[in-house]
Design a protein around this ligand. Sequence first.
Ligand SMILES: [Zn+2]
Length: 427
Amino acid sequence: MFLLDVRYDPKNSRITKWIKDGPDCRPVREVYYPRIYISGKPELLSLIASLPGVKGTCFEEKRTWMGDEPEKVISAAIELNSVYEIASMLEAKGCNLFNIDLDPVRQYLLEYSLFPAAKLKGDVLDDRQYALDYEIPDLVSLELAVVPAREKGIITMDEPIGKITLGEVIIEGRDESEVISELNLEVARADPDLILTGRGDSFELPYLHHRASLHGVELKLGREKDILPEGDGRSYFSYGRILYKPRGYLLAGRLHLDKSSFLFREGGLLGLIDLSRIIGIPMQELSRLSPGSAVTALQVNQALRDGVLVPWKRNLAEYWKTAEELLIADRGALVIEPKIGLHENAFEIDFASLFPNIMVKHNISPETVLCRCCPDSQKRVPFTHYNICQQHIGLIPRVLKPLIERRMVYKKRIADDPSRAPDKEQH
Ligand SMILES: [Zn+2]
């Protein structure tokens, strides 16, 4: 048995675990309240306990900053829909708030030491999160493609459906509502675990849902009612380009993977399973994240496991530097202009994961540089007065080390046997 997916419904505070058991996939549900933490005002415990939406309170020992000693904080289990209202109210009373924006699914997985695609024996985990060799669930996947009736020019949502392809099955016909009902039936009959689309978040799924709604038919691609995204997508700026990111169309009990998403395109299904296991974010959500957000999630997980809380509205200013210090400490990379002309005997030197390796080797992390426990440390940032901790290994090196090692092992296996290289076209 494998844990295929985990979803949270804030309306009834329920976690649904989708368990893949041989050819079947079944939901297992339980009530779960995420936790928030409040520091600074221990006398407010009984007031917080009496607030509507609060399901339980207690004191816990947690660190509010990496490297600090644990302190007594209030822990409150809370209905997700009340989190922001309660947090704002307590903030106005002078409390410091933590773990406010943490997704309940991630909290649940961390709390129960579970992870996506984990192998289970009954209710018990039969797997290790960081295992290099592990069993991959046998997943049935189908490709879904849709062609509007008119293929040329600018296609809008108003164009009726021309043809739908689901795996080997082609669905077409004059009556659009029948075509959609036929698609629902075919999906239910084939019962795939994965539905792959070319660009399902920006085209296939919003288009199909729109066409279905025009006829008052319900499109059902998941094993339960489809989850429609709320709000619009968002535009963001990355490496000099403005990109648009549509909201993800996720399915219940079945995974919708859009093949145009970066992480799926780069790693294929096996890469996504591997990442999803070690990051602890279900595959549908993970495939829609940027690599930077995925790494941040790993750091947050490690901090939470260490008993460190995540501050709400983080606003961490860097320590003040003089102009000279800034010049020395913040040089970035040194790029030397090449001499123009034809060169012989040119060499290329490629450092494997240069920055992560530097951070691991020299223990570089926000709480280890200028740590308070080792002002006379032998380890120092060259040309500056910065000391680096000699007593504790920092959060960042602890997160990066297993990743670098994992990457080296997998790369070596491919070098030893090139046939093991992932074939990105084959899912
Ligand atoms: Zn130290």
